[in-house]
Unconditional design. Structure first.
Lengths: 664, 198
């Protein structure tokens, strides 16, 4: 999605767009309204030791993670590993988190994150969890915001390209995920040329409001189009979901051209309460499917994977009134619902207007059966009968709209590289500012909820070119912070981001910061290989497996010298961090290990697997600078050739010695 | 009456921490702290005692184990007995008993402080000869009252709520003995010197 158009195509579009530019330039191109540098600096300056006003959670795009930033300073605070292994803290390398990355395809150590979504209560961000999609191998993850850790990942069956995901209903009843690629359902070996006959889309409704228990409640089977971003209804439209789609041409080759032929595609209005009722009436079919659910077991802090064998499905014809198609201008990237729940906008990437659909008109049209036809059993409404109005000549390449609390909407324009502010009630453009360059999504804190926090709009740009010091051909990614408290939007700050930020969420820090966990209680540690004191440490052999129960505390490991390992053994270091103090993690790195390191938070146990390849003495050490004597925090493992007859022993561990004695 | 209140305050004080030692260092902006009660020593925050013991291993200080301090076993009963006796003295209203009670109270307070100082001295000076950090001439006794820099930590020691109650009780008791003298003046024969003191 980095370049919607390249080279000549872009030139052509820009040329064609000049007329449009001329038309709206009269509306006042006020991009020049910037603060003086010192005014802007004051607005984003957070004094040393002071806190930012908001947390922002940005998707890392192709790094597969989520990054946490402070707003307004734009300082990056943390990377939360989600779908990709993360050497920095051993996520996906240690035995406790490896199961998080299990899928029906096996261990998949990478994904592409796009759209973070904060959990909601009564249509407002509540700061409990953050959900995010894995775009490539369809998955959704739940991140706990008190620990800022990935706690749960659910694979989505019958999906391919989990782009239109995750979108939450206003009490987090459902997380909705639609498939980008239509595929054979169930997926099997068929000729791709049979696309129109055999390929289907689906919209999954996932129960997401109970930690560790995410599951697909039901899948609605829909025509073989490409499904894209969505929003849940709110207030009066609660109970409905609005999803965009493109490629209603059903092209399967050169989509760039072949999926850009129809003048209108659709926004689907899905009545999920109706589907819920149908499901209750037994109208769904349980269909065979194999997919994984990975969740963190709270007490042992170890992830577990379970395989699920079926999914409930239904077709629109099984459940009348469950889905309607609203025609909307060209190739929408998303649908957005304003805070009142009445207006639904669509971002037609190739559209010359921003359509504003009306929920009340939609209901009337459905009531009056004002349909222009039917598509695979789905009633297709008339464009005119659902539309409240259009924003005329808004810009080029409208993509995504968010809202403030004062009745204004902010729409990103990729091609004309700008944010346009318009009034929802009158569809009048009131301001526009340039972005540097080619904005994709934008984000107003709370801008997708019933009660936007507003104050800022953040541009998530696709191109940075000359905005920063160059870093070779691969440049930094970038976001931009604009003030929206006045009539005119004002650029305050450019700040670099990790990976490619697609979408982001922001929430007042006060909703999260006081719940931050400082360390884990050792007394509550239920890891099967925990050592709650040095007395509980030990070594044991189980055939070719050697388990080392180890502790770390400032500034030593116990045990620290281990002998009796032989080539061919698989060694597991089960290290418990005995600290019960804030900000004292310990780490473990072993020379030559074809694996990562451990980073162990106070009170938790983490396990590092190691298969030594040759007879040798191997040092290990603490990798997180923990104390003045961190550099002394080390040990050795002696690995002998098979049959060398070196007994299993360890120093600094009474338990280890006792265990060895007991075995003899 | 004053003495009765003093007795009650003594009884109340043993339910509260008597003394507090706060430790602040550059890397502990949130601080660590100990609360010394008549019957135990706890951290100001849940794991402070544990953390302080962990840090003390660098300088070779013995682990602070409340269970190993015998005084903590009988200090509370002692204070409760003192409180009971105070109430008894107040009820009886006998000046001589009052003076004895005040004297015992003063002894207990002075003895308690001296004992606390002795433990502080002991922890601060009897260090492991193999300690990781050895600064020639340096000892780590926290002040009894006041503030002192101990390596990277500033240790501040001060009475806690219970300690202040004891101090108030002591003042009341002394005032009680003085006001008790009033009725003894020849022209004012009154019922009870203690009750009239109120």
């Amino acid at each position: 999605m980095k370049h919607f158009f390249s080279g000549k195509t872009a030139a052509g579009v820009v040329a064609a767009g000049l007329v449009a530019f001329a038309a709206y330039s009269c509306a006042g191109r006020s991009g020049g309204t910037t603060l003086t540098a010192s005014d802007a600096a004051t607005r984003v300056y957070v004094a040393p030791g002071s806190y930012d006003e908001m947390y922002a959670f940005m998707s890392g795009g192709f790094n597969g993670q989520v990054s946490v930033y402070g707003i307004p300073s734009g300082r990056r605070l943390k990377t939360i590993p989600v779908f990709s292994q993360y050497p920095e803290n051993g996520y996906g390398y240690n035995e406790e988190t490896k199961p998080m990355l299990n899928t029906s395809y096996g261990f998949v150590p990478w994904d592409d994150t796009h759209h973070p979504a904060l959990s909601q209560t009564a249509g407002e961000d509540d700061g409990r969890w953050l959900f995010i999609n894995g775009n490539n191998t369809p998955r959704v993850a739940r991140i706990d915001l008190a620990r800022m850790e990935t706690d749960e990942i659910l694979e989505i069956p019958n999906a391919a390209g989990n782009h239109g995901s995750p979108f939450l209903t206003e009490n987090t009843e459902y997380l909705v995920a639609s498939t980008r690629f239509s595929v054979p359902i169930p997926n099997r070996d068929v000729p791709i040329a049979d696309f129109k006959k055999q390929f289907k889309g689906q919209i999954s409704f996932i129960v997401a409001n109970e930690p560790g228990k995410m599951r697909v409640a039901f899948q609605l089977l829909v025509p073989g189009f490409n499904y894209d971003l969505a929003r849940a209804g709110k207030g009066p439209s609660h109970g409905w979901m609005f999803l965009s789609m493109y490629n209603t041409e059903q092209a399967n080759s050169l989509l760039e051209v072949n999926a850009s032929q129809n003048d209108k595609d659709f926004v689907a209005a899905v009545n999920w309460k109706a589907i819920e009722a149908c499901a209750k009436d037994g109208k769904t079919r349980s269909t065979a499917a194999g997919y994984l659910h990975n969740y963190m077991d709270e007490a042992s802090r170890s992830a577990k994977s379970e395989r699920i064998g079926s999914v409930a499905q239904l077709s629109p014809t099984d459940c009348k009134g469950s889905i309607f198609f609203m025609p909307t201008p060209k190739s929408p990237h998303g649908a957005d619902v304003d805070p009142t729940g009445e207006f639904i906008t669509a971002g037609g990437k190739l559209a010359s207007v921003i359509p504003v659909h009306s929920f009340s008109k939609l209901l009337k049209a459905i009531e009056a059966k004002d349909f222009q036809g039917e598509l695979d059993g789905i009633p297709v409404l008339k464009y005119e009968s659902t539309i409240a109005g259009e924003v005329k000549n808004p810009g080029l390449g409208p993509l995504h709209t968010e809202f403030d609390a004062n009745g204004y909407a902010y729409t990103s324009f990729f091609i004309s590289s700008e944010i346009v502010k318009w009034k929802v009630s009158t569809r009048e453009v009131v301001d526009r500012v340039p972005t540097y360059y080619s904005i994709g999504h934008l984000m107003v804190p709370g801008g997708g909820t019933r009660k936007p926090t507003g104050k800022y709009v953040i541009a998530l740009n696709k191109i940075t070119k000359d905005r920063y010091l160059g870093t070779g051909p691969e440049l930094t990614q970038s976001a931009q912070l604009y003030d929206i408290t006045g009539d005119k939007m004002k650029l305050l700050l450019d700040f670099p981001t990790e990976g490619e930020p697609h979408y982001a969420q922001a929430i007042l820090a006060s909703k999260i910061k006081d719940r931050q966990v400082k360390f884990f209680k050792l007394a509550d540690n239920k890891h099967p290989m925990v050592s709650k004191s040095e007395k509980e440490t030990g070594i044991s052999r189980d055939g070719k497996k050697v388990h080392i129960k180890m502790t770390a505390i400032r500034s030593h490991f116990a045990p620290d010298n281990i002998e009796g390992i032989t080539v061919g053994d698989t060694v597991y270091f089960h290290v418990t961090n005995l600290e019960q103090d804030w900000d004292v993690p310990h780490g473990l790195g072993v020379m030559g290990n074809n694996n990562g390191e451990l980073l162990i938070m106070p009170g938790e146990t983490r396990t590092l697997r190691w298969v030594p390849s040759r007879a040798s003495v191997y040092p290990f050490y603490c990798t997180d600078f923990c104390s003045a004597l961190h550099q002394e925090m080390q040990g050795y493992v002696r690995v002998s050739a098979p049959g060398a007859g070196v007994p299993l022993t360890a120093t600094l561990s009474r338990g280890a010695q006792a265990a060895v004695t007991a075995k003899k | 009456m004053l003495v009765a209140v003093a007795g009650l305050l003594v009884g109340l004080a043993v339910a509260l921490p008597l003394w507090r030692i706060d430790l602040v260092a550059p890397q502990y902006p949130e601080g660590l702290g100990l609360l010394i009660s008549a019957n135990t020593i706890t951290g100001v925050k849940e794991n402070d005692l544990n953390s302080i013991n962990g840090l003390n291993h660098y300088i070779g200080m013995r682990v602070i184990e409340p269970d190993a301090i015998a005084e903590l076993r009988f200090a509370r009963p002692l204070f409760l007995a003192l409180a009971g006796a105070g109430l008894g003295v107040a009820a009886l209203g006998r000046r001589r008993l009052l003076l004895v009670w005040v004297a015992v109270f003063a002894l207990v307070l002075v003895g308690g402080l001296a004992d606390m100082w002795k433990w502080g001295y002991d922890y601060g000076h009897n260090l492991d000869p193999h300690a990781i950090i050895q600064v020639p001439g340096m000892s780590y006794q926290p002040p009894l009252i006041g503030s002192k820099q101990l390596l990277n930590f500033r240790a501040t020691s001060w009475p806690a709520s219970g300690g202040w109650l004891l101090a108030l009780a002591a003042i009341l008791a002394v005032v009680g003995t003085r006001s008790g003298r009033g009725p003894r003046t020849p022209s004012a024969p009154r019922a009870s010197p203690v009750s009239s003191g109120a």
